[in-house]
Design a protein around this ligand. Structure first.
Ligand code: KE4
Length: 428
């Protein structure tokens, strides 16, 4: 495939934008190639600046669950645009989307809109700290919750229970307040909570981990976190920025039947426009300014355009049979790729939760970051580039999740599986 124009545009972008991109994962660094510059998209297809067409399994990293350029979403945004993009004043659209979220997620009695997942998790942590008057937070290795300082932290080396910065620019004093446990390990959580009794404000977890590849919660893991938080007075935050409205209309908390104290959302509820949100029971949310003293704000929070795109998207998701049809297609994709690998004699560990899926290039199983990090990222890169050449656009990193949309058709899925069969043979 010819990528001449994309490469030219990438060179130009690099002189104006750090790394040529506005978000690092887009740079294709981990697969050792220049990124594609996308010209347009429709349904499950994206078209790059060299007029190459691909079956898209990135879907803007999750938002595009109904497919690109869905007519109902376009119509809603166009209609709102003609009345004004943003006023910096309340609109009925914000209450409409808030009530749709509240109706969908029973643990949420009130919700605050923001403009990104990062803002949602950053604000949720501040609210948890303010509500509990505790300073420490606990997260999990391999989980990503956006780029707020407190969340760009990794486990301290050796026996140190406190965190150390995972990026320059994060003050050590801030990182020390973040504890890091192992995903799917309740023992690691219990140890840290015991060593920091009465000082942990919240545990924030991706109920389905999607940022180290797709790693499902082991049976009892989420229930165990719920019990620990209830016993210890810790706020349990489900970061459902990726899983919310993705794995079920009510998110992972509906799928697994575990109720968090607070939920963060994003991606799908914006329908491709910038939206994040965080919600909880009333007694927690009412602590937020201006009803309470915990400050949080945003110029474009709840802006009419993004609200319209979100409302239109959720109205499509609410239609009977939406998730069952998506489940059937997603199973076909993941099982087809896994069979292609097996038939080629190439070992992968395949995971899927709903329409989130991943092929781990490892002989072992993957249940946490230590096991995920054993993957052969060079082999993944070769597979990724071979699939790209076959017109299949996967997430450009072993440690990301693939997304199936309602717009993926059987022919697109069959093309993907055939391409995988060819590509696994190529790299085997
Ligand atoms: P944003 O600030 O990127 O809107 O959301 C941060 C975030 C929070 N929580 C979870 C569970 C997330 O997956 C994300 C963002 N996800 C990545 C995909 N791995 C966004 C892609 C990117 O960084 O460009």
């Amino acid at each position: 495939m010819n990528h001449t124009r994309s490469s030219l545009l990438f060179q130009q972008a690099k002189s104006s934008i750090p790394g040529g991109v506005n978000s690092p994962v887009r740079a294709f660094k981990s697969v050792g190639a220049d990124p594609l510059f996308i010209k347009k998209a429709s349904g499950c297809h994206i078209i790059d600046e060299d007029e190459n067409t691909y079956v898209d399994f990135v879907g803007s990293w999750g938002p595009m669950i109904v497919g690109h350029c869905h007519p109902a979403v376009i119509a809603a945004v166009k209609n709102t645009m003609e009345s004004g993009a943003s006023f910096g004043a309340p609109t009925e659209l914000e209450t409409t989307l808030a009530n749709m979220v509240i109706d969908a997620v029973p643990s949420i009695e009130m919700v605050r809109m923001v403009s990104s997942g990062t803002e949602a998790t950053m604000s949720a942590i501040r609210l948890a700290r303010g509500f509990t008057s505790r300073d420490k937070i606990l997260k999990f290795a391999g989980c990503y919750h956006g780029h707020a300082d407190s969340l760009l932290v990794k486990a301290g080396s050796g026996a140190a229970t406190f965190g150390v910065p995972d990026s320059p620019g994060v003050p050590a004093e801030v990182a020390k307040l973040t504890l890091t446990a192992e995903y799917n390990s309740l023992a690691s959580v219990r140890k840290l909570v015991a060593e920091n009794r009465d000082s942990v404000a919240c545990i924030i977890v991706e109920p389905v981990a999607g940022n180290m590849g797709t790693v499902p919660p082991r049976e009892g893991f989420l229930e165990g976190l719920r019990d620990i938080c209830t016993q210890e007075g810790i706020i349990l935050i489900f970061d459902e920025v990726m899983s919310g409205f993705r794995v079920a209309y009510g998110g992972a908390q509906e799928l697994y039947g575990v109720t968090p104290d607070m939920t963060t959302l994003g991606k799908i509820i914006g329908g491709g426009l910038p939206v994040g949100a965080f919600g909880a029971r009333r007694e927690i949310m009412e602590k937020l300014s201006p009803s309470g003293g915990i400050y949080q704000a945003g110029t474009l929070s709840g802006n009419p355009l993004a609200m319209s795109a979100g409302i239109a998207t959720l109205n499509i998701l609410k239609q009977p049979g939406f998730y069952q049809a998506l489940e059937d297609k997603s199973r076909m994709v993941a099982e087809g790729i896994a069979k292609a690998a097996k038939d080629a004699g190439y070992p992968i560990y395949s995971t899927r939760v709903g329409s989130m899926f991943c092929a781990f290039f490892t002989k072992g199983e993957v249940h946490d970051w230590p096991s995920a990090s054993q993957c052969d990222t060079k082999a993944f890169a070769a597979y990724f580039l071979a699939m790209l050449n076959e017109g299949i656009y996967l997430a450009p990193s072993q440690f990301e999740t693939g997304f199936v949309s309602a717009a993926h058709g059987i022919s697109d899925i069959e093309k993907t599986i055939a391409a995988a069969a060819k590509c696994f043979k190529l790299i085997a």
